[in-house]
Design a protein around this ligand. Structure first.
Ligand code: ATP
Ligand code: MG
Length: 289
């Protein structure tokens, strides 16, 4: 092995070691708008928090940041305020179900949506500082293949690529996966949302995997799926995560997806704090400063 190769391989090993020490992070992406990225992020985070992990739900959708709408929250500050030093971390974090914390995004942010890479790095650094206080991060992103999506996917230990069964959304998600597979990110895994049944999900998953194998020579595992369910739509109108009161097959789908996602991460800690207890108790507030 040449000296250059030796140095490169040492650097890679070092990077891997650093990565292992970072808070486990799931990024939820999808090529097309409206496929259910935010819905899946919110419900995944809720079930993760319910399982006793200190969970940070992070909104990195620069265009239509709307975690606050899904959870009926009224944030005073956003991740951008945090990145710019306009607030402290505990002022930016809002309590969500089962003691999870939510770091909201700035809807209509032109700086994050545009190509301001320096600013995106600043936001990612703020997110990283926040992540250190948690056992696991679930990060919602916007549609498409903008630089903030790529950065969020590069940070992730697991990237979920959400698609619907329709050809338009499959094509867009394929374009996104092609781009992600070409960068230095963890291999994305497919989630098929709004399926009629399990067979529907299997069919889309198998077709997607075959195309990725043929044209990209890459695996594209199907990590989970979610039934189209009017109760899910209702939960969005009520601004309450479906899993808080959901039942039936859609609930089982989300439970299976959460279990699969957590098992694809490096060991996720379980904090001593019992689930359901708000993070912002006085003592924890002090620690966050
Ligand atoms: N499995 C489902 N069953 C029924 N309705 C669903 C399901 N998944 C998503 N929806 C509906 O689709 C809408 C869009 O979902 P969501 O906001 O999560 O999409 P998104 O991918 O985050 O969109 P954007 O790209 O605009 O951020 C939701 O308001 C919800 O009503
Ligand atoms: Mg969304």
């Amino acid at each position: 092995m040449s000296h250059v190769h030796q140095a490169q391989s040492l650097l890679e090993t070092k990077k891997k070691k650093v990565r292992r020490r970072l808070t486990p992070w799931v990024t939820v992406t999808g090529g097309k708008g409206g496929v259910g990225k935010t819905l899946i992020s919110v419900n995944l985070a809720t079930l993760t928090a319910r399982a006793g992990h200190r969970t940070l739900l992070l909104d990195l959708d620069p265009g239509l940041a709307n975690l606050d709408v899904h959870l009926r929250l009224a944030p005073r500050f956003t991740i951008e305020d945090l990145a710019e030093g306009r607030c402290a971390l505990d002022e930016a974090l809002i309590d969500g179900p089962f003691g999870m914390s939510v770091l909201c995004g700035q809807s209509g942010s032109t700086r994050l949506a545009g190509g301001d890479l320096e600013f995106i790095d600043k936001v990612m650094a703020a997110a990283e500082r926040a992540a250190r206080k948690f056992d696991v991060v679930i990060c919602d992103t916007g549609a498409g293949i903008g630089p903030s999506v790529i950065r969020a996917a590069k940070r992730a230990h697991l990237t979920l690529a959400v698609t619907n069964p329709d050809p338009g959304s499959i094509t867009d998600t394929y374009a996104l996966c092609k781009l992600l597979l070409g960068t230095n990110t963890a291999e994305p895994q497919l989630v098929v949302n709004r399926v009629r049944n399990r067979e529907d999900a299997m069919r889309v998953g198998a077709r997607f995997a075959a195309v990725c194998k043929k044209f990209l020579n890459q695996k594209m595992p199907l990590i989970g799926w979610l039934l189209a369910d009017p109760e899910i739509e209702r939960s969005v109108s009520l601004q309450k995560p479906f899993v808080l009161s959901g039942s039936g097959a859609a609930m089982e789908d989300l439970q299976a997806l959460t279990a699969a996602a957590l098992s694809n991460l490096p060991a996720v800690k379980r904090s001593k704090r019992p689930p359901g207890k708000a993070l912002k108790s006085r003592s924890i507030r002090r620690n966050l400063r």
